[in-house]
Design a protein around this ligand. Structure first.
Ligand code: 5RP
Length: 236
């Protein structure tokens, strides 16, 4: 399944491989989005096909849904599952309290809904995403297309009064056109460098009209599985 992997992909793979040890027969499992989560979906598919593991998966994006079906995982909607035993997903940054920045792949909205509807969220990550303070990775904010420029201006105005460093924001693009999420929304990436109070920022951002959700995951993740380029893995 892996062939010759670069150290970073090996780190992602070993974290993903370890995470599926937490999945048990009969579980309803939230399936994250991104390259690390894709390894996890492939590993789970292998267990389903070869070991007869019986699970139902709730994907967090159309990409993950397609991959899950391809590898043999039964896919159900969150409305069918209602509540999940476990969600496994990647992250763009995690700090010592397991607060996260997510949404580099543009799936933050479904990812946050699914993770919040789970008894447990496990993040799988290569070690490079561990940070002392969140914020070096651009923070994604999902906004509805109607009046997005006004929403962007309101976000920037709000940032002036917050404990953050660096305050520019950009509309995420897909080539020459704005990027659209699975929900048909746009993403504004906030280039902040350092977020002093992630909890406060997450709450304030979601008060702005037009903002649907932001990529700060506070008090949602319980466990982080960290992979290293030499194949070592740590469960924290
Ligand atoms: C997608 C995400 C991803 O989990 C995050 O971007 C990490 O991606 P990768 O595993 O490819 O590094 O939040 O919205």
């Amino acid at each position: 399944m892996t062939g010759e992997l670069s150290p970073i992909d090996k780190a992602k793979f070993v974290a993903a491989k370890k995470s599926v040890e937490f999945v048990e027969d009969g579980m309803r499992v939230g399936l994250g989005t991104g390259s690390t989560a894709a390894w996890m979906v492939r590993c789970l598919g292998e267990l389903v096909r070869e070991d007869g593991l019986k699970i139902r998966g709730v994907p967090t994006s159309t990409r993950t849904a397609a991959l899950a079906r391809e590898v043999g995982i039964e896919v159900i909607s969150l409305d069918e599952a209602r509540w999940l035993d476990l969600t496994i997903d990647g992250a763009d940054e995690f700090d010592g309290e397991f607060n996260l920045i997510k949404g580099g792949g543009g799936a933050l909205l479904q990812e946050k809904i699914v993770a919040t509807a789970s008894d447990r969220m496990i993040v799988i990550s290569d070690v490079s995403k561990e940070v002392e303070n969140l914020g070096a990775f651009p923070l994604p904010v999902e906004v509805i297309p109607f009046g997005w420029q006004t929403s962007k201006a309101l976000v920037e105005e709000m940032l002036d009064s917050m404990d953050v460093l660096g305050q520019s924001s950009t509309l995420r693009m897909n080539g020459d056109s704005p990027f659209f999420t699975d929900e048909g929304n746009h993403i504004i990436d906030l280039h902040l460098t350092r977020i002093g109070n992630p909890r406060q920022l997450a709450m304030v951002l979601n008060q702005i009209p037009g903002v649907v959700e932001n990529g700060l995951f506070i008090d949602i993740c319980d466990t982080v599985i960290v992979g290293f380029g030499d194949g070592r893995v740590q469960v924290r």
